[in-house]
Design a protein around this ligand. Structure first.
Ligand code: ADP
Ligand code: MG
Length: 727
């Protein structure tokens, strides 16, 4: 009997695109209609309250109690007018994704009556009974309290009937239990450090912020096929599956025309995003079949990150309506490209000065070179830490494979900028001071530097792209905060030490601009080893990187050790972004999550082997054995031997792979049991990485061979060619 997979494939092929009715009017007319934005605030808040909330969200000023009451009242009115019945503090625990607990506005009073309520207190802070979120020991069970606290810099929004209030999630002692709190602290740290340096250039009273523009890659798979793959359902990636004969060799998918069914999904998704004020700008096919990308216009990092999380949640919802499942895993299919989330990151002032944007004058360009050299130094000194911020059980499959950047952090500057820095090193008469204020950088190409930023190096994990850095090692399923907070923090610290060095030179009598130039030269010189514009995939680079002292660790658990290094602890203390306890908690939590993810994969694969693969393979083996036995009754001697030889070879092949697979599955489960006996989160994760994960690959080889041998009609699971080519 043909397997149920045939029915599912048939159904998937017959699915028609859903006609999407756009909301009334132009996009600009309904854009942000479900966000408590300035337009809504003008209607629901007094001028005084509005001013205070702007000051709070843009200048980080603390909101007083009274203002919070006013905001809560206005927010409630707006939400009720929009049909909301519930509200929730919306936060970002370390599990990934977002968490929410919906609470009704209803407050009973008197005899059987009720009113809708949202007080300032409820808006600002809530105790969370979410004791089962990972906290890495920051909360003992007897004091399992955690608090969510309002983040006024990210506006509240409504999804369906629920008002979502972005919050941080902290312990009783104020320690971060989430991704948002460290990001906010890192934004403050980098802003302060950059503002201090900007005063040398006469830029004062201009707030500095960090910006993020993410590019979200993802796969879509037909939901009826998806549901037949226990591995996709459980771990969001295929643990087995033979390559399709055709995948991305023809390079015909990238920027190809978007299939109708997918386009209908994208349109629907964009409508939802626009209502929520997520400024989606680009959509296109990616390199692998069934892989796509969506990208917005960049925003202040904290808001951009919230928007990315809103988008991911929306993608899950909207894709279901279109008969798709969206896959955020970094490497859902072997042999084709994985998905990343390039994080375009920059620092700039509110008034529009980009610190990584080359200017027109020497003065502006010195500033530009100064900031870029500091980024290079920060990335060089902390390349292991930066890698630890993006490495995890899922992204580890992507880094270093199929067009993804390698698991070694290096920076790409482009020829022009690299040349400018190199000239800076060799020329001594760079600054010709006529008096104390005029000077020349004498690097003629700088003013035109950015006119051409086309020379791009796709293999670079951290590339300068004209006015920003593109951090490409971030995984598609990640919360970008981890990467961006790390970048902000290491750069904040580097800028502070740069400033101290400049101050020292100035105090010794060197004119300020000369001092900055000299220090910029030193900074670049000290960080040249991070610059690499060759082929990041090559083995030579791995050797070279090692020689340069760059971190080459590929094991995620081992990479996490850097979080509790003395150097890291000091860095985070100096910048005020995280305490030692918070860093330790993060290391343990990340290790714990790593172990759990690999353990689940191992259990799913063991189940698949025992329940799906081996029964079918032995069934087929029996059929062939029967056939050979029957042939023996008809033919004999040399004739039988020559006629049955091929089939006997297949039976042998089958028998070998069946027995190997069975044995490996048993050994893998034993390895899991052994790993689970480890005493610390770290040791356990290392055991899962070293002793369990290799079984996943080894076992897969045998199963993928079986897939090629066993009768197609009997194979129970949708195959790559079906998962990846459904329209
Ligand atoms: P590409 O695919 O060519 O890298 P995209 O246009 O898909 O480029 O994405 C680039 C992203 O970078 C967008 O989100 C864009 O808004 C963002 N971006 C542009 N300039 C900056 C900047 N100065 N700082 C941060 N992000 C930026
Ligand atoms: Mg890009």
């Amino acid at each position: 009997m043909p397997s149920s997979r045939f029915r599912a494939v048939d159904e998937a092929f017959r699915k028609m695109p859903i006609e999407v009715e756009p909301p009334e009017g132009l996009t600009s007319e309904y854009y942000g209609c479900n966000v408590f934005n300035r337009k809504a605030m003008r209607e629901y808040l007094s001028e005084d309250t509005r001013r205070k909330i702007y000051e709070s969200s843009e200048q980080g000023k603390t909101l007083d109690r009274e203002t919070a009451e006013d905001v809560a009242a206005g927010l409630k009115k707006w939400a009720l007018a929009k049909g909301a019945t519930h509200y929730t503090h919306w936060f970002q625990p370390l599990t990934g994704g977002t968490a929410e607990k919906h609470v009704s506005f209803i407050e009973p009073f008197g005899k059987g009556e009720a009113i809708e309520e949202l007080t300032g207190k409820l808006l600002c802070q809530q105790e969370s009974d979410a004791s089962s979120f990972p906290n890495g020991g920051l909360r003992n069970t007897f004091e399992a309290r955690g608090y969510t606290a309002w983040d006024p810099s990210s506006p509240a929004f409504i999804i369906k009937d629920t008002l979502c209030i972005p919050t941080i999630f902290i312990s009783y002692n104020g320690e971060a239990l989430d991704y948002k709190a460290p990001l906010l602290r890192s934004e403050i740290a980098v802003a302060k450090a950059a503002e201090d340096l900007l005063t040398y250039f006469g830029i004062k009273d201009d707030m500095v912020v960090s910006y993020l523009g993410w590019e979200q890659e993802y796969f879509l798979v037909d939901s009826s096929l998806y549901s037949l793959r226990p591995d996709l359902v459980m771990v969001d990636r295929t643990l087995i599956g033979h390559n399709a004969a055709r995948n991305q060799q023809l390079e015909d998918h990238y920027l190809g025309s978007i299939p109708e069914r997918v386009l209908a999904f994208m349109r629907d998704l964009e409508f939802e995003c626009y209502k929520l004020g997520v400024p989606i700008k680009a959509r296109h096919n990616e390199v692998a079949p069934n892989q796509f990308e969506i990208a917005p216009v960049f925003e202040v990092a904290n808001l951009a990150n919230d928007h990315n999380l809103v988008l991911m949640a929306m993608m899950k919802k909207v894709s279901e309506l279109h008969g798709f499942k969206v896959i955020f895993h970094e490497k859902p299919f072997a042999g084709v490209n994985g998905s990343g989330k390039h994080c375009n990151w920059s620092i700039g002032t509110r008034s529009g000065i980009g610190l990584f944007t080359p200017g027109k004058t020497d003065n502006e360009n010195l500033m530009f070179l100064m900031f870029v050299s500091n980024v290079l130094k920060a990335v060089y000194d902390n390349n292991a830490l930066l890698k630890a911020s993006v490495l995890n059980a899922t992204n580890a499959h992507r880094l270093g494979a199929n067009e993804a950047p390698p698991a070694i952090i290096s920076a790409f500057l482009g020829t022009q900028l690299m040349q400018a820095f190199e000239e800076l090193l060799t020329s001594n008469d760079m600054v010709k001071l006529k008096d104390k204020t005029t000077y020349s950088l004498n690097i003629p190409q700088i003013p035109e530097l950015m006119l051409d930023n086309t020379d791009r190096n796709r293999t670079s994990p951290f590339a300068f792209t004209g006015n920003r850095f593109e951090f490409r090692a971030v995984g598609s399923s990640a919360n970008c905060s981890n990467a961006i907070a790390t970048l902000n923090t290491i750069v904040a610290d580097q800028l502070a030490s740069f400033k101290a060095a400049v101050d020292k030179r100035v105090a010794a009598g060197t004119p300020a601009m000369q001092a900055i130039l000299d220090e910029t030269r030193e900074t670049y010189k000290a960080s040249r080893s991070i610059c690499f514009d060759g082929n990041g995939y090559s083995d030579e680079w791995k050797k070279e990187a090692k020689k340069r002292g760059l971190d080459c660790e590929t094991s995620a658990p081992k990479a996490y050790s850097i979080l509790t290094d003395k150097k890291t602890v000091d860095l985070y203390r100096r910048t005020g972004v995280m305490t030692e306890a918070e860093l330790e908690a993060r290391r343990d939590t990340f290790c714990d999550i790593y172990s759990k993810k690999v353990e689940i994969e191992a259990r799913v694969l063991a189940d698949l082997t025992a329940n799906h693969i081996l029964p079918v393979a032995t069934h087929y083996e029996t059929r062939l054995l029967d056939n050979v036995a029957k042939m023996k009754a008809v033919f004999s001697g040399a004739e039988f031997k020559s006629l049955s030889e091929g089939e006997v070879d297949i039976i042998r092949d089958l028998a070998v792979h069946i027995s190997e697979a069975r044995q490996l599955a048993i050994e893998m489960e034993e390895a899991c049991d052994k790993a689970n006996k480890s005493k610390t989160d770290y040791n356990k994760a290392v055991a899962y990485h070293d002793k369990v994960a290799p079984f996943l690959d080894e076992l897969r080889l045998h199963i993928d061979r079986l897939e090629m041998i066993v009768d197609d009609e009997m194979w129970p699971l949708p195959k790559y060619r079906e998962l990846l080519f459904i329209r």
